[in-house]
Write a protein that binds this ligand. Structure first.
Ligand SMILES: [Zn+2]
Length: 301
């Protein structure tokens, strides 16, 4: 079964740290809320209303709900300004007594694998909350009292990951066929960019290379709008100022106003330039991004 993924993004940044989360780690938690009905939706709502802590995802036996983009530094790891809060993505697994914990863990493993692929995070960097602060969390996975322990969780994550890994190993003959489907080796410069329509750090890096601007995978000083919030995996850094040099170069190339800030006008010009639907929207995933990735791969962008 595919995992049901939903977004209910919290707009306030009151319960987060300033600055950009580098998304190097994934931190696994349990909510410790055993009340009946204390599922992912309830925890997402808690964050929407402004809880005293914050985390990126909550997952139960039915679905995963995202509350914050991965580039936000949430308050979940209990290590203050340490790497737990500053460099990790927090996932809360629900432990409501009317839920199926084993199924929730399975869903958390699926979500973890997806985030690992999106962000280029290794299984070595999937850690317990305990690793950052010494707290006994995720409690049930740590003590195995519900029949599934930490090793089982990692095996679930790895099992699915290694199955997916088979494809890219076959290098040259099937490259064109395999690159549209999950390519975990995204960080390697030798591997072609995944043509998946998801504009994350690797796409930004390829774009920066093609446009001759500094290659760091980050689109700096961007406004928060429908386009920039549709980007993946911490590639966008929000803020004010004169925008990004890469975006300015892109805008010049496609004939948009060169203000360095991504928005619907730039997307519309990019869509015109690439010959895709001209609606100014960046979907998740997006056809115009797919086409851009294809062209970046064959050097024709
Ligand atoms: Zn925790």
């Amino acid at each position: 079964m595919t995992l049901v993924i939903k977004q209910q993004l919290v707009s306030s940044r009151a319960k987060t740290y300033a600055g950009v989360n580098s998304a190097k780690y994934i931190t696994i938690h349990e909510t410790a809320n055993t009340s009946a009905g204390a599922n992912a939706q309830v925890h997402a709502n808690l964050q929407t209303r402004g809880f005293s802590a914050s985390w990126h995802w909550q997952v139960d036996d039915k679905q995963a709900i995202q509350s914050f983009p991965h580039n936000v530094r949430c308050w979940h790891a209990g290590d203050g300004r340490g790497a737990g809060n500053f460099e990790s993505i927090g996932i809360e697994i629900c432990v409501n007594k009317d839920g199926d914990f084993a199924k929730a863990v399975e869903n958390a493993a699926k979500l973890t694998r997806k985030i690992m692929q999106d962000e280029g995070i290794s299984i070595m960097n999937v850690v317990q909350h305990n690793a950052w602060s010494g707290k006994n969390c995720p409690t049930n996975l740590r003590n195995g009292s519900k029949g599934v322990n930490w090793a089982d969780f990692l095996a679930l994550v790895k099992g699915e990951e290694s199955a997916k890994k088979e494809a890219p190993v076959k290098e040259s003959p099937k490259k064109a066929v395999t690159q549209s489907e999950a390519s975990p080796k995204k960080k390697s410069p030798k591997t072609a960019l995944s043509v998946d329509g998801k504009w994350g750090k690797d796409t930004t890096r390829a774009l920066q290379k093609a446009l001759g601007t500094p290659v760091d995978g980050i689109i700096s000083r961007q406004p928060r709008n429908s386009v920039t919030t549709a980007l993946y995996g911490g590639t966008v850094s929000f803020g004010s100022g004169n925008g990004s040099p890469m975006v300015r170069a892109l805008q010049r190339k496609v004939g948009a106003k060169a203000d360095g800030k991504l928005g619907t006008e730039t997307v519309r010009k990019l869509q015109t330039y690439l010959g895709t639907v001209r609606d100014g929207k960046l979907s998740r995933p997006s056809l115009v991004v797919k086409e851009m990735q294809r062209k970046l791969n064959n050097g024709s962008f």
